[in-house]
Write a new protein. Sequence first.
Length: 171
Amino acid sequence: MRFRSSPRQHEHGAAAVEFSLVLIPLLVLAFGVVEYGRAIYHYDIVAKSVRAASRLVAAYDPSDSTSFSNAATQARCLAVFGKTSCESGSTPLAPGLSTSHIKICTRASAAQCPDLQTSDLQNVATGTGTGTIQLVVVRIEGYQFGFLGLPFTGAGPSLQFNTISSVMRGL
């Protein structure tokens, strides 16, 4: 007696081979989505921290150097640590973020923003013709987002974000 083999018996390993061929591109795609999602999350954290810092600094008059200096220090801590004090051992909101990344520019000093002049921040016309306002700019410059180093993504070790800034109406 002779047994006939069905076509399905010869394809036992085909599904495993096809799965292994599809698995590699799926893993690359999954790792890429994870890294891209992390980058967006960190960018959002940094952008929100800059807004909070500019809101804090805008409440102080830059011509009062003592109180404004204290406010600027608090704003730097707020942008980096999410609180107004830079306590030792505090964890930054985004890994690698430090107070040296924070630049604060006002009508009293635009030195930290070389692309701005004092006239860009002082007595700025409102557009309604009824007066002028003073502006405060807080920036984060040079922040490097560090990738996890997940395999197959082709990402380098880090990515430098462009300057993230917030402009608020000051005193």
